[in-house]
Ligand binder design. Structure first.
Ligand code: T4K
Length: 406
């Protein structure tokens, strides 16, 4: 067990873990169930394009979320692109910068201009007041993101979208199984988009879904995900291949059966991290609303270096050296990526909350692959660093200073 700073790998000690401990190690459902479903698909020789497993998966997801339509896609990014196209978005779309880059990329693939908006420091989602101030005659929509499965300001954004005649989409990539005021995320706005990527609480290897209560929007997404075929030998729109295959649907169905176990494992890890990390100077664990269900799939710590005397990036460096591959989700904010600075300079603006929070957050490993022993060992490393913040910070500064000659 590491008790002194010298024990840390970054200062010459042995790494705590022999093998990397990742953020995003997939949750694996009951293998027998998955194999059984996969065998069925192989026996049927129906492997993609509206197969029976896909149909069942879509029905079960729609019922679980309490939404009329679930149209699955090959991944969440294509789901976002299809939702934007089916909803008829044009011109400018207001979107947070503090998100995974796919949220913004999907808009640009549709020829739309992302207008990056700052986030509210309580929800970590779009700041409604700033959204309102960014609306122009070219604005067609708002895309909110339920970051880490925490609901963004759904009511305020719905009110603004309704009053200003804008479309409202939500990127719910992280939010499967989470609720807002008793209603499942995935059922708000014109449409919401899920991701079932391997790293998500429920995965289909790769996958996504557009969820909506709007019949024509759902029909349009279905149509577009299959190349825009309106009949055999007839294509009436610019579609794409956005289909989910049967192996993915089998994984999704088996995973739905195991979802309560996944969430329970996440919850246990989350609670243990909270207990272990309580009271450390300058460190907070991002909380979930206890009044609503959450999937607890992201354990995110925030490090305020004014109080901890050691910055997030130094803590990150310490963890990496221990083979704990914590992630800076979502740094530095989309508007800071080279591509967006080059291509959308006019939309560049100062986003103080985005800048501050993206410099403070760190996602820690969790999920069914991570047990209490691993959580405790990771927490102990963080405790050691944070309790010795000034000394650790200054040693790291010296060790990694570019001008250091020894
Ligand atoms: N909107 C939001 C808000 C999103 O967060 C995302 C995706 C999307 C939209 C788009 O949805 P998709 O098109 O992806 O369905 C990852 C994921 O690729 C991405 O799905 C996710 N968000 C984002 C937050 O993280 P990377 O490049 O950081 O992930 P990757 O593939 O390096 O995986 C992370 C770690 O997980 C690996 O270092 C190791 C571990 N891992 C990963 C895979 C794939 C495993 O242990 N096993 C695996 O099979 O982007």
């Amino acid at each position: 067990m590491k008790v002194r700073l010298d024990d840390l790998a970054v200062f010459g000690g042995d790494a705590e873990f022999m093998d990397p401990v990742h953020v995003g190690t997939p949750n694996i459902p009951d293998r027998a169930r998955f194999r059984y479903l996969l065998d069925e698909a192989l026996d049927r020789r129906w492997l993609s394009n509206d197969g029976p497993l896909l149909e069942e998966f879509e029905q079960r997801v729609a019922a679980f979320v309490g939404v009329k339509h679930c149209v699955t896609t090959c991944n969440g990014t294509v789901g976002l692109i299809l939702a934007a196209k089916a909803a008829g978005l044009t011109g400018e779309v207001i979107v947070p910068s503090f998100t995974f880059v796919a949220t913004a990329h999907a808009l640009v693939w549709q020829g739309l201009t992302p207008i990056f908006c700052d986030i509210d420091q309580e929800t970590y989602g779009l700041d409604p007041a700033q959204v309102e101030s960014l609306i122009t005659p070219r604005t067609s929509a708002i895309v909110g993101v339920h970051i880490w499965g925490r609901p963004c300001a759904i009511d305020a954004l719905s009110e603004i979208a309704g009053r200003r005649g804008l479309r409202l989409l939500f990127d719910a990539a992280h939010a499967f199984g989470c609720r807002y005021r008793g209603r499942m995320l995935g059922s708000f706005g014109d449409a919401e988009v899920l991701s079932f990527h391997a790293t998500k609480v429920l995965n289909t290897f790769e996958g996504g879904a557009v969820l909506t209560n709007n019949d024509s929007l759902a029909e349009q997404v279905r149509h577009l995900r299959n190349f825009g075929f309106s009949d055999y030998d007839a294509v009436d729109s610019l579609g794409i291949n956005g289909k989910m295959n049967e192996a993915s649907a089998a994984m999704g169905l088996a995973s739905l059966d195991s979802l309560p176990d996944f969430v329970a494992a996440n919850r246990a890890n989350y609670d243990l991290y909270c207990r272990e990390l309580e009271g450390l100077p300058g460190l907070g664990v991002v909380r979930y609303d206890e009044g609503d269900a959450a999937n607890y799939h992201y354990v995110v710590i925030e490090i305020d270096d004014a109080r901890s005397a050691i910055g997030r990036d130094d803590v990150h460096r310490v963890l990496i050296a221990e083979n704990v591959l914590a992630r800076r989700y979502f740094y530095p904010g989309c508007h800071q990526f080279e591509y967006y600075r080059d291509q959308f300079a006019a939309t560049g603006r100062t986003l103080p909350n985005t800048a501050r929070l993206s410099a403070q957050v760190l996602s820690l490993p969790t999920g069914t692959a991570v047990g209490p022993d691993v959580v405790r060992r990771i927490s102990r490393i963080i405790q050691l660093v944070l309790r010795n913040g000034p000394e650790a910070g200054s040693r790291l500064k010296h060790a990694f200073s570019p001008s250091r000659t020894t």
